[in-house]
Ligand binder design. Structure first.
Ligand code: ATP
Ligand code: MG
Length: 360
């Protein structure tokens, strides 16, 4: 794991979250969740299902309700222990929204506009909107400049990293286990904490990022230069933790590679390099060691070894998920008691903030 500076060594508080936009992928698992599980033994961890963040993408209410329980059950299946951590639904702790509003007022428009996730997601939202319009009117040749409106690009998407800063700062978290795609957002959280502290007096802990070395960014199986994302509309781009064994094998078999047949880790070979990364992250080894191990194998032999590894790691998680997901009341009770624990800390921070800024 990679860390930055500044946070006192003795800070043992962790915060992280995942949006309920779909069941999690192996990218989420290797990039974030594995660290969540490892940290729970030595740190005071606050983990949430970021339902407020997921509102930035429209979902049917019934789908969102289902996704929240799915995600909660899946994280328990991955090994999150509610006796050790506070694991809750973000919207159940109203302080997240309250602090987000305060921080909105301390964030410059220009710095929010520089966030690359906003640029990417707003482009995707716009493209999706154009596709929908095209489909409705059966337009084959689409000229994007003639389509009116950016209906799916909402203010929430723009303010997304500020809500994320509120999440982290509420719990005085010194450590935030995330994938590399969230590093820029964490920088914003750090800047906001420092800005607030210097305008008033020390209030927030300046958080450090925890990014895994190998699995910082697992890429899409069909477009291996892009990040694997659970909200991608192409199911073949990702492996989900609920995928059945045969589905995993099929997705790995059809993963895009190149045609030269050499197993190497290189920017020029994003497909095979991504598969090597997935293999190494699941096997907890260095990519160089995986490359050495696979020398002399064909792509197809390597893919079949990789598929066996991924299947053997995911199968027990999937089976546990099915068992946990059947008990809705248990999940609800865990979520509620997680929120109660989180609220104890969040409300103290919020009172302190309101006092410092002068509205209490
Ligand atoms: P969405 O497409 O809805 O944004 P996502 O797959 O990006 O979904 P998030 O809920 O945004 O998932 O992120 C949850 C956590 O997983 C974050 O810490 C993020 O950095 C990490 N993460 C997401 N995708 C990857 C990936 N491909 N590789 C490594 N880490 C990832
Ligand atoms: Mg994301």
């Amino acid at each position: 794991m990679q860390t930055t500076n500044d946070t006192p060594k003795e800070n043992k508080i962790v915060y992280s979250a995942i949006q309920p936009t779909n069941i999690v992928t192996i990218g989420n698992y290797l990039g974030a969740i594995k660290n969540w599980v490892a940290l729970q033994y030595d740190y005071d961890c606050f983990y949430s299902v970021a339902d407020l963040h997921s509102l930035t993408v429209y979902m049917e209410p019934a789908t969102l309700r289902k996704n929240i329980l799915d995600l909660y059950a899946m994280l328990l299946a991955c090994g999150i222990d509610t006796n050790k951590v506070s694991f809750f639904k973000q919207s159940s702790v109203v302080e997240h929204s309250q602090l987000a509003w305060v921080l909105n007022c301390y964030t410059y428009f220009g710095e929010a506009r520089r966030m690359t996730q906003f640029k990417e997601k707003s482009t995707n939202a716009f493209t999706g909107f154009i596709q929908q319009v095209g489909d409705v009117f059966n337009i084959k040749e689409r000229n994007t400049s003639t389509v009116v409106g950016r209906d799916n690009v909402n203010v929430g998407l723009f303010a997304y990293p500020i809500l994320q800063a509120a999440d982290i700062l509420l719990y005085n978290a010194g450590h935030v286990p995330i994938g590399a795609d969230q590093k820029q957002h964490l920088e914003l959280s750090r800047n906001l904490a420092e800005r607030f502290n210097s305008r008033y007096s020390p209030t927030f802990v300046v958080p450090e990022v925890l990014i895994p070395k190998v699995a910082a960014k697992i890429n899409s199986l069909d477009e291996p230069t892009k990040k694997m994302s659970k909200s991608n509309t192409n199911p073949n781009s990702m492996i989900l933790l609920i995928d059945e064994d045969d589905v995993i094998v099929r997705k790995i078999k059809r993963a895009v590679t190149d045609s030269d047949g050499n197993i190497e880790n290189s920017d020029k070979k994003p497909g095979i390099s991504n598969l090597l990364k997935i293999y190494s992250a699941f096997m907890d080894c260095k990519v160089d060691n995986a490359v050495a191990e696979m020398q002399g194998k064909t792509y197809s032999q390597f893919k079949s070894i990789l598929a066996d590894v991924v299947v053997s790691k995911i199968r027990p998680i999937r089976e546990k998920f099915v068992e946990l997901r059947a008990d809705k009341q248990y999940l609800q009770d865990c979520m509620d008691s997680g929120a109660e624990k989180a609220k104890l800390v969040a409300s103290k921070t919020m009172n302190k903030v309101y006092r410092k800024i002068g509205i209490q």
